[in-house]
Ligand binder design. Structure first.
Ligand code: MN
Length: 490
């Protein structure tokens, strides 16, 4: 059992399952794990912070200094509830969440994620769920009690950025969980952006076609392994909550909702139960989005909240869109799907990566052992098939370090003849937030894609090397330079 850190509420964290290496089974358990074993990765902010811009400003400046810690803002103006930020902001913390060492490679993370993803664990429903210690319904529902941040100058309002919406497919009965941005519009209403690429969009459309409201429950604040599982690119017929259990290493504990026919994680911090109203639209956004530009205002669906349930002393979790916390949470789970799909096309693919420089969305690097000419382009085509957000796929030889942008650029600079080694696909589906789409103001998801074969070709000249350089210790050759007149040391 981990020691209880001072910054957390009085409740004990849930007992830690062994599978995640003692990192707990909920958000507070994971924070307790960090406080005990990696205290330098956790910081508290005790002075009052304004949720409008100031909280985002602190996070932005922290990130500029590199290695952003988890931050607990204990006193956010206008709310009694602390805000937890940056849980997913480093690969080391994501690796720890899966029970891997903090220094695990991206490749090891991807393999472990893929292994767990292919063995979903069905969740179990429990009684007396922690997330229903407090149940607010009727007039007691007031979204104003939650410390929702406003991030950017022209944002249309305060947002829930890492709320997982749980819905059920009305035909198959399969549950779905995914992040959809939610803007606070009123005391009990939220605007929601259900991107055309998300399963939630298909489910909501099915209900609305029948003129029916879509039951939805949004859970906020959980163990990062649960979040990673819910971000899986699982097909529509797979319940992300079962994938979340696989990531956590034990069946996810669920609670029956009080006002909608859905189940939500019992160990979440906060749950919002409600319905997406049929044929109702309201302005939502602008919202500063991950490419560094505003997503345009749209007439989007409205969620009416019937109940807020939560722990007695809940934590609110946010994820600063476009920054490491948000980019890695969305980026790390796609590596598994890209790798598995590309390996079907080309078995000699070694590793894939979506660099932060490409928002962990638009650019993919593939390292492969090229045994057959032409394979790199097939690998690139497979990557495009795996992940619709990708716009640039660069394939390099296996000795190139694809975690290093400079090494990939060097391969492009020296091994690519554009008319031979690139291909362009116009009018393809991409991200509706792509600022270079065919109609960015309208939120078009139609984009152009480029594949690049940056492997060495058959006629590539011999590469230079210095014989014996690896065995030389340069320090053994160097002698210090002394100022004139100074006594040389013995
Ligand atoms: Mn799904």
């Amino acid at each position: 059992m981990e020691a209880k850190p001072a910054l957390l509420p009085e409740q004990e964290a849930a007992p830690a399952p062994a599978h995640t290496g003692g990192t707990g089974r909920d958000l507070r358990g994971y924070l307790a794990f960090l406080a005990t074993h990696y205290p330098d990765q956790l910081r508290r902010v005790t002075r009052p912070v304004d949720p409008r811009f100031e909280l985002a400003g602190v996070l932005a400046q922290l990130e500029r200094r590199g290695r952003p810690p988890v931050v607990v803002f204990e006193h956010v103006r206008g709310s009694q509830i602390p805000v937890v930020s940056n849980v997913h902001a480093t690969f080391a913390r994501l690796a720890l969440a899966l029970g891997l060492p903090a220094g695990a490679s991206v490749r090891a993370f991807t393999q472990e994620y893929a292994r767990r993803e292919s063995h979903p664990l069905p969740p179990v429903v429990v009684d007396d769920p922690p997330v229903q210690e407090v149940v607010l319904t009727g007039d007691a529902v007031d979204l104003g009690m939650l410390p929702l941040p406003t991030y950017h100058e022209r944002d249309g309002g305060a947002y829930i950025t890492v709320g997982f919406a749980v819905m059920r497919d009305p035909d198959s009965g399969v549950r779905n969980a995914g992040i959809y941005r939610l803007m606070r519009q009123g005391r009990n209403t939220l605007g929601v952006q259900l991107s055309e690429t998300g399963h939630g969009h298909y489910i909501w459309r099915k209900y609305e076609r029948r003129g029916a409201p879509t039951p939805v429950a949004v859970f906020i604040g959980h163990h990062p392994a649960v979040h990673l599982g819910c971000m899986s690119f699982a097909p529509l017929e797979v319940d992300e909550l079962a994938v979340a259990g696989a990531m956590l290493g034990e069946p996810l504990r669920l609670a029956r909702c009080r006002t909608v026919p859905l189940e939500v994680p019992a160990d979440a911090e906060i749950v919002l139960e409600g319905e997406i109203l049929p044929h109702v639209r309201a302005p939502e956004a602008p919202f500063g989005e991950y490419p560094g530009t505003y997503g345009p205002q749209r007439l989007n669906p409205v969620v009416q909240i019937h109940a807020i349930t939560m722990r007695r002393q809940p934590l609110f979790q946010e994820s600063f869109v476009g920054h490491a916390d948000h980019l890695l949470l969305g980026g790390a789970p796609r590596l598994s799907t890209i790798l598995k799909t590309v390996q079907v096309a080309c078995p000699t693919v070694r590793q894939v990566y979506v660099p932060p420089a490409g928002c962990c969305r638009f650019i993919c690097y593939i390292a492969m052992e090229k045994l057959v000419e032409g394979d790199p382009k097939n690998a690139a085509m497979a990557a495009f098939a795996a992940d619709p957000y990708l716009k640039f796929v660069v394939v390099v030889d296996e000795d190139v370090d694809i975690l290093n942008d400079s090494d990939v650029l060097h391969a492009i600079a020296t091994r690519v003849r554009a008319e031979r080694d690139t291909f362009v696909v116009t009018y393809a589906r991409g991200s509706p937030l792509d600022p270079a789409s065919y109609d960015p103001r309208g939120g078009s998801h139609i984009v152009t894609k480029v594949g690049v074969d940056a492997t060495r070709k058959a006629d590539y000249p011999e590469e230079i090397r210095v014989p014996g350089a690896e065995g030389i210790d340069p320090e053994a050759y160097l002698v210090p330079v002394h100022r004139q007149g100074a006594e040389p040391e013995a």
